[in-house]
Design a protein around this ligand. Structure first.
Ligand code: GDG
Length: 729
């Protein structure tokens, strides 16, 4: 059986040191329940911090903790010091990432020492994973505390199957870009094979950030990073459905329900349950109640608002201030409207036992879930599920991920007091049949996509992505195939090289002048061309003057402007061409250049090119489509073609391409060995005309007509160097 290593900041077990020794208690959160189902499919171990700092324990106690956690709970501890917790957990995780990712930019702290602690602790987690992971283990990392861990783990275990799930919002690029360590965070995540989010918006924001900041292209959630494909996908987390739908049958819950009903006869109950966090919008909710009671005196003494706030991150200053603000607001409203027999708000600042929580869900007529931002919000789903009678109204913020799935509730903008006051009035007067109708639809949905299904789907996609990577790897030129290629090369009397330049012999740069070949590359080409058995041809999209000045004296065959110009001995045009069409096309390209900052036009003798490598990637993706649309009709009449290359759109005469130029050489002799290498869409034309004996190599992982792929441009040079050496023997 394969093992599953679940990794999160906190273990689902808490250890406390009391006078009589160490106490272990298990917490049954949604995540633990969801993953519980996977425990049956895999032999699982949970890795994380056990909630007690290493300063409070000695070596012997830590040994005891480690063995007891493993034998009783299948957990493995990561021991963190008080200093780690201060800086990594309270610090970078909760003072930098948490507010930033929830759009509370005014609360964000950028402090290098916190970042360094975050890095150090993520590194520490990767050491622990490395210690205990076996070859076939699947590693599933959770949440914003451990965003660097996928990369650190990949460095130690290059072939591991790694998934990452992000439980909080992933903000839009405009917010994410504020983080000084944004690239490191993205690179950290991209160590995973799959990265999961609650909603499509978060997935889109993440993809857009990797595109804009790291330059990685993506299609349908698949990112083509340097040498791997990685998936970003949406998995809205569900709840342990039965736990909440069946809770009402539990006698303990029944007792609590009876008690509640007795103490609140004839009153409509409005409930709200949250961790005490500024993202949850608790003061705003209290203000709504205040306005509601002010405007609707008939509801006074008829409703009761039960506010449950669970203590959270009590060391962080903003949380302390928020606690004070809520205390004051509750006091003010209770003082203002309360009567001898009626207190409008029941405020409990504590963590409630499960039977009381579910009894509250059961009796509440209205549940107010109005966070200002929330990754998902499970309370919303739990409330609907616990309503076995079908009666009850959920008022849900559109800023919670859950709003995407619970569209039948009353959805509100939590920043609009007016909207929320109206929603409350609507909820309190909604006919019972309507409540039942709305809730039944949602209950079915929550039941179908519960936490078990969520976890299983995530794992399925992870396994599928790994399979795709393996299929991709099968297209990579293997060491065996390389040996065969080298031996065919050695045995061949006549050998032809068809080499693309940009992105193949040199890394891909944006501007023409940046791409001048270095002395090593020239040396290498000279060496290959010097062998009388070899014919080396360079096929480039560049203009002939540049190519001539760089390579004119090396004894190579040269092709320029994607096949317009050919040099075997002297430069000649592949067929007589005219450029009198340029006057019509140039103004259109100029317009796009002006509208797309960073883009520029290159004019070659018989082609015009719009380059957008240096432009904003998202803007240029839109502009490219617009430009091509605009050019299509025009070019058809003028007998021109539009060529889409790497970050370029080129307009040139029809029927000209690298393949046609390559045929000059291919058909010219009876070659025993042909090697064609390219990275661009324009190189596909060369691959297409190759005879069967040829080796064709595509640089990068995208699909191609070539027989094999090479992972990176560096691999091209390594191969050519080996060939140059092989020729000497
Ligand atoms: C993060 C994201 C995302 C709360 N108070 C009591 C209690 N709870 C339980 C609830 C629920 C859970 O805690 C809270 O989950 P939420 O989803 O509402 O919120 P976060 O803690 O902020 O969680 C969030 C989640 O991760 C999962 O990905 O949905 O957006 O912020 O299950 O039942 N349970 C008991 N007593 C309480 O007083 N027994």
């Amino acid at each position: 059986m394969r093992r599953l290593l679940i990794v999160s900041n906190r273990l689902p077990v808490t250890i406390e040191k009391r006078k009589d020794g160490l106490h272990f208690s298990q917490s049954a959160g949604g995540l633990a329940t969801g993953l519980g189902s996977l425990y049956k499919l895999y032999d699982s171990i949970w890795i994380g911090w056990p909630g007690i700092t290493s300063d409070k324990t000695n070596k012997e106690e830590r040994g005891h903790i480690e063995s007891r956690l493993m034998s009783e709970f299948a957990c493995h501890p990561v021991f963190l010091s008080q200093n780690d917790i201060e800086k990594y957990y309270h610090g970078f995780s909760n003072k930098t990432l948490w507010p930033l990712f929830h759009y509370f930019t005014q609360y964000v702290i950028h402090e290098k020492s916190l970042w360094e602690a975050y890095r150090r602790v993520n590194e520490l987690f990767s050491e622990v994973i490395y210690e205990i992971a076996g070859k076939d283990d699947i590693i599933w990392i959770h949440d914003y505390h451990l965003m660097l861990l996928p990369k650190y783990t990949r460095q130690r275990l290059p072939d591991a199957e790694i998934g990452f799930f992000h439980h909080i919002p992933f903000p839009s690029f405009e917010i994410f870009r504020l983080l000084p360590w944004r690239n490191e965070i993205l690179e950290g995540l991209l160590g995973a094979d799959i990265i999961g989010f609650h909603t499509d918006d978060y997935t889109r924001h993440f993809l857009s950030s990797t595109h804009r900041l790291l330059g990685y292209e993506y299609t349908m959630g698949q990112i083509n990073a340097d040498d791997r494909i990685i998936r970003a996908d949406t998995f809205p987390m569900g709840i342990a459905y039965e736990r909440f739908s069946k809770a009402v049958q539990d006698p303990k819950v029944q007792r609590e329900i009876t008690k509640l009903r007795k103490s609140l006869p004839e009153r409509k109950i409005i409930l709200s349950v949250d961790r005490l966090d500024y993202t949850k919008g608790i003061p705003q909710r209290l203000e709504v109640l205040n306005t509601f009671l002010e405007r609707n005196p008939m509801y006074r003494e008829k409703i009761i608002f039960i506010l449950i706030a669970t203590p959270s991150r009590t060391q962080v200053n903003h949380y302390k201030l928020l606690k004070r603000q809520i205390d004051e607001l509750v006091g003010r409203i209770n003082g203002k409207y309360g009567t001898i027999g009626w207190t409008p708000i029941w405020y409990l600042y504590r963590y409630l036992p499960f039977p009381i929580l579910t009894a509250l869900y059961n009796v509440a007529d209205v549940c107010l879930v109005t966070p200002l931002r929330d990754g998902m919000n499970l309370i919303a789903k739990e409330y609907i599920t616990a309503k076995t009678s079908g009666k009850g109204v959920l008022i849900l913020s559109e800023m919670a991920g859950a709003a995407k799935e619970l569209g039948e509730t009353i959805i509100v903008n939590p920043n609009s007091r007016e909207e929320m006051v109206e929603a409350l009035a609507k909820a309190l007067t909604m006919p019972e049949e309507e409540q039942i109708e709305r809730n039944r639809v949602m209950q079915k949905r929550i039941q179908r996509y519960d936490v078990v299904r969520w976890a299983e789907e995530f794992m399925d996609r992870l396994v599928h992505t790994k399979k795709l990577q393996k299929e991709m790897d099968a297209r990579i030129l293997s060491p065996e195939m390389k040996t065969r290629l080298l031996s065919d090369y050695r045995n061949a009397k006549r050998r032809l090289f068809l080499l693309d330049y940009d992105g193949t012999l040199i890394p891909f740069f944006g501007k023409p002048q940046e791409a001048r070949p270095g002395e090593n590359l020239l040396q290498l080409l000279r060496k290959l061309a010097a062998d009388p058995r070899n014919e080396v041809v360079l096929l480039s999209g560049r203009d002939k003057e540049t190519i001539e000045s760089w390579f004119g004296t090396l004894g190579l065959g040269l092709v320029c402007e994607h096949g317009v110009w050919i040099k075997e001995d002297e430069w000649e045009m592949i067929e007589p061409l005219t450029d009198d069409w340029k006057g019509e096309i140039r103004p259109i390209l100029e317009l796009y250049m002006d509208r797309t900052p960073g883009s520029f036009i290159e004019e070659k003798e018989f082609s015009l090119v719009w380059h957008y490598r240096k432009a904003d990637p998202e803007l240029s993706t839109t502009r490219v489509r617009e430009l091509i649309d605009e050019l299509v009709n025009l070019t058809a009449n003028l007998n021109l073609q539009i060529l889409e290359g790497s970050k370029v759109v080129e307009v040139k005469n029809s029927g000209i391409n690298k393949g046609r130029a390559a045929l000059r050489w291919i058909a010219g002799e009876d070659w025993n060995f042909i090697l064609a290498i390219g990275d661009d869409r324009t190189d596909e034309d060369s691959f297409e005309v190759l005879p069967e004996i040829a080796y064709s190599l595509k640089v990068g992982l995208s699909s191609s007509l070539a027989r094999f792929n090479l992972k990176s441009q560096r691999d091209v040079l390594l191969l050519l160097e080996e060939l140059a050496l092989a020729g000497l023997r």
